[in-house]
Design a protein around this ligand. Structure first.
Ligand code: NAD
Length: 340
C-alpha cells in the first residue's frame, strides 16, 4: 500500500494528480501539503475531499518540523510545490529560489531521514533553455534563461544530489507546458481565455513567434504516476509528446473557441529573455509505456468550456488587484488577500 505525500496539491497540476491517484486501490493515504499561496486553492481538490484517504495540511515545504512530522507517515513523495510563473520570477527571483531550491532541500533531507521509498520531483522543459533546433535529451546540460527556470534547474540538481550522496530514490520529471482546467489565470491559456470571456483584449508578446509544446495536464499526471511506480531512482524523465504551437497559433485557437477575432489582440514588446523554442526527446519515458493521448484541439475546447462554465472559480481571482503584481504580499496575507 502506498502512502503518498503530495506537495503543492492545491495547485493546478498537483490537484489533478491527487484526484488521479485517489482512483487507485493500492493507495491507502494521500496527504496534501500546500501553503495556499495566491496559486493554491482547496477548491481545486473539490470532490477529492469526499475520499477519507485524503488529508489536507496547510503549511510550507520550508517548515522542517512540519515536513518531518508528515514525512514519517508516508512511503512516497510527489513534489509539485513551487513558485511557478516565469513573469513573476523576473521581479521576485529571491522567493523562487527560496521556495523552489530550499524547499526541495528541506523535503529531500527529511525524506532521507524517514526512509521514503520514492521521491518524485516535478520539473520543467524550461531548464534546458531555448533551442534553435533539435530537442533536448535528459543527458543534456541545463541552460536556464530566467530565474524561474534557474530555480527549477537548481532544485533538480539538489534533489538528484540526495540520490548520489544519500541513496534517496529520487526521480525527476521534466514536462512541457501543461494546460487544462483549474489553472490559475496568469498563464497564457487561462489568462487569454478568461480575458476573452470577459470581453477584454489580450496582449501577445513580440509577434507571437515563441514555440511551446503543450501537454494536457492529465497526460503529464499519467507520466508522473508512471515515474512514481516504475521510474529508476536517480533518473530524469522528459515528459514531452504534446503539440508544438507558436503563441500566435495558440492565440488563433483561443480566439476561435471564444468567438472573437484578431481585433481582440494587441501586440506588446517581447518579455525579457523570452526563450524562442523548447523541445524535448521523450523516448525514455515512452520506453516505460508513456503515450500522451489527449488531442490538443479537443483538450483546448474542454478547457475553454470549463472556464466558461465556472466563472465563480476564476472571476474573483482576476479581479484581485494584487494577483498580477505582488504575489509575495499574498503569501503573507493568505486568505484575506484571495477574497478581495
Ligand atoms: P501552481 O503554481 O499552480 O501550484 C503550485 C502550488 O504550490 C500552489 O498550490 C502553491 O500554494 C503551492 N506552494 C507554493 N509555495 C509553497 C510552499 N512553500 N509550501 C507548500 N506549498 C507551496 O503550479 P503548477 O502549474 O501546478 O506546477 C506544479 C509543478 O510542476 C511546479 O513545480 C512547476 O514548476 C512544475 N511544472 C509546471 C508546468 C506547467 O505548465 N504548469 C510545466 C512543467 C513543470
Amino acid at each position: 500500500m502506498h502512502e503518498i505525500l503530495v506537495t503543492g496539491g492545491a495547485g493546478f497540476i498537483g490537484s489533478h494528480f491527487v484526484r488521479r491517484i485517489l482512483r487507485r486501490d493500492d493507495v491507502s493515504r494521500v496527504t496534501v501539503l500546500d501553503a495556499l499561496t495566491y496559486a493554491g486553492h482547496t477548491e481545486n481538490l473539490g470532490t477529492a475531499f469526499l475520499d477519507a484517504r485524503l488529508t489536507f495540511v496547510q503549511g510550507s515545504i520550508l517548515d522542517g518540523r512540519l515536513v518531518d512530522e508528515l514525512m514519517a507517515r508516508h512511503t512516497a513523495v510527489v513534489h509539485f510545490a513551487a513558485e511557478s510563473h516565469v513573469d513573476r520570477s523576473l521581479t521576485t527571483a529571491d522567493t523562487f529560489l527560496t521556495t523552489n531550491v530550499l524547499g526541495t532541500q528541506t523535503l529531500a533531507a527529511s525524506a532521507g531521514r524517514n526512509g521514503i521509498e520514492k521521491f518524485v520531483h516535478a520539473s520543467t522543459d524550461e531548464v534546458y533553455g531555448s533551442l534553435r533546433d533539435g530537442s533536448a535529451s535528459e543527458d543534456d546540460l541545463v541552460r536556464p534563461s530566467v530565474p524561474y527556470a534557474a530555480s527549477k534547474a537548481a532544485s533538480d540538481l539538489v534533489a538528484l544530489s540526495h540520490f548520489q550522496t544519500y541513496g534517496l530514490p529520487v526521480c525527476v520529471t521534466r514536462s512541457s507546458n501543461n494546460y487544462g482546467p483549474h489553472q490559475f489565470p496568469e498563464k497564457i491559456i487561462p489568462l487569454f481565455t478568461t480575458r476573452l470571456l470577459r470581453g477584454e483584449k489580450v496582449t501577445l508578446h513580440g509577434q507571437g513567434q515563441h514555440v511551446r509544446n503543450w501537454l494536457h495536464v492529465e497526460d503529464n499526471c499519467e507520466g508522473v504516476e508512471l515515474v512514481l511506480r516504475e521510474g529508476q531512482p536517480g533518473e530524469i524523465y522528459n515528459l514531452g509528446g504534446g503539440t508544438d504551437l507558436t503563441g500566435r497559433d495558440l492565440t488563433a485557437k483561443l480566439l476561435a473557441l471564444c468567438g472573437k477575432d484578431w481585433d481582440w489582440v494587441t501586440y506588446i514588446p517581447d518579455r525579457q529573455a523570452n526563450d524562442l523554442r523548447y523541445s524535448m526527446l521523450w523516448d525514455k519515458i515512452a520506453a516505460l509505456g508513456f503515450r500522451p493521448t489527449r488531442d490538443l484541439d479537443e483538450g483546448l475546447a474542454d478547457t475553454v468550456d470549463w472556464y466558461r462554465r465556472n466563472p465563480d472559480r476564476w472571476a474573483p481571482l482576476t479581479r484581485n488587484p494584487y494577483a498580477a503584481h505582488a504575489p509575495h504580499a499574498l503569501v503573507a496575507a493568505g486568505v484575506e488577500a484571495r477574497v478581495r
